[in-house]
Write a protein that binds this ligand. Structure first.
Ligand SMILES: CC(C)(COP(=O)(O)OP(=O)(O)OC[C@H]1O[C@@H](n2cnc3c(N)ncnc32)[C@H](O)[C@@H]1OP(=O)(O)O)[C@@H](O)C(=O)NCCC(=O)NCCS
Length: 327
């Protein structure tokens, strides 16, 4: 048996690595994740805010399990995010433990003191093989998130019912490239969202967005073949009061994501969350050529966001728990 390092440069090696990870992800009723090329670009390219790489445990021609690692470079330089996936036929034979050992060694060598991992589990209990594995290895559960889905498209009638513009705010929309006039305010809103989003007991720092970092993320998204629809609400003084982002990628055209929704604290309580989401649905749906499932995750303590989603018709399908291990 040997450990193979994966960096995305060798397309054939990356494909085996990706296929194993993707097969494990597809065990979920509502799988999510990047498509092959989206994931390869993320790993193979240089980024100023993160790098990704991987390890595989291989026995001759058999790939037994993999670990995907995200190393943050600007903030959260104390941690490594890890995802371990073991081929179904090789579970409970120590493969996951062997990979975890190798990850700990590499993280320690890099001066990181924390491993962090997201694990999927049952919608009611949150439990799974992954949570049993994490607990066995001393990881501590720090955040519980609800995974909700909504089938699209919503009918025009339903959208009309949900559509409630808020007086005093103008709706502005864009696609892959934030218009220059909004870049400063939008980067600031992304940073504010990162501070405000509930992170439970996680030992994590918020991301600091700048116009340069925003432009880099946009260019990366384009290169990956991903797409994003943004809707913002702007008040009478020209302040960006709320935003929402939805989109998808090349992996599976039937799989879409509701990413951030953020309302600045001084603008909360006016149903601006809904006021930006509904126009964004219209924009997202206009490009749909087939039915799709929209996925979203929120901390279970984030009652206002979950309530908005339930109002829109989202239903819970799984729990995702975030775990940490001090190394
Ligand atoms: C979680 C996962 C990586 C474990 O891999 P594995 O190779 O089977 O793990 P190991 O054989 O090293 O198991 C080590 C210990 O973890 C615990 N464990 C692992 N799977 C378990 C399960 N299904 N039920 C209960 N305990 C489990 C046990 O204590 C086990 O020791 P034991 O077999 O001697 O009882 C694998 O089940 C998997 O790929 N699951 C889907 C993806 C996932 O959830 N990944 C989470 C990590 S980010």
């Amino acid at each position: 048996m040997e450990l193979v390092e994966v960096d995305g440069q060798d397309a054939e090696v990356f494909e085996r690595f990706y296929n194993l990870r993707d097969a494990v992800r597809r065990e979920a009723e509502f799988p999510s994740g990047l498509g092959l090329e989206e994931a390869r670009v993320l790993m193979a390219d240089q980024h100023s805010d993160m790098r990704a790489d991987g390890l595989a445990l291989v026995d001759g021609d058999q790939w037994l399990g993999i670990a995907w690692l995200d190393w943050w470079l600007q903030e959260n330089t104390h941690l490594v995010e890890v995802e371990i996936a073991v081929a179904a036929a090789y579970r409970r034979t120590g493969v996951g433990s062997r990979l975890l050992e190798a990850v700990i060694e590499r993280a320690t060598q890099d001066g990181r003191r924390l491993l962090s991992g997201m694990i999927l589990g049952d919608a009611e209990t949150g439990e799974s093989a992954g949570t049993a594995f994490a607990a066995k290895h001393g990881f501590v559960r720090k955040l519980v998130e609800l995974h909700q889905v909504l089938e699209l498209p919503l009918s025009e009638e339903r959208l009309a019912d949900l559509d409630q513009p808020v007086d005093g705010y103008e709706i502005v929309q864009w696609r892959e490239h934030t218009p220059d006039e909004w870049v400063e305010q939008f980067a600031e809103a992304l940073s504010a969202m990162s501070v405000d989003v509930p992170t439970g007991e996680l030992d994590q720092e918020p991301a600091r967005w700048t116009p340069e970092r925003l432009r880099e993320a946009e260019a990366r998204r384009l290169k990956q073949g991903r797409f994003c629809h943004t809707t913002v609400a702007v008040d009478k003084d020209g302040q960006l009061a709320a935003y929402t982002q939805m989109g998808g990628g090349t992996g599976d055209p039937g799989r879409l994501y509701q990413w951030d929704t953020f309302v600045r604290p001084e603008h909360r309580g006016r149903r601006l969350g809904l006021a930006v989401k509904v126009p964004n649905f219209r924009s997202l749906q206009a490009g749909l050529d087939r039915p799709a499932v929209l996925h979203t995750w929120n901390a279970i303590t984030n009652a206002p966001m979950i309530a908005v989603n339930v109002h829109l018709g989202f239903r819970p399908v799984a729990q995702r728990t975030d775990w940490e291990l001090e190394i």
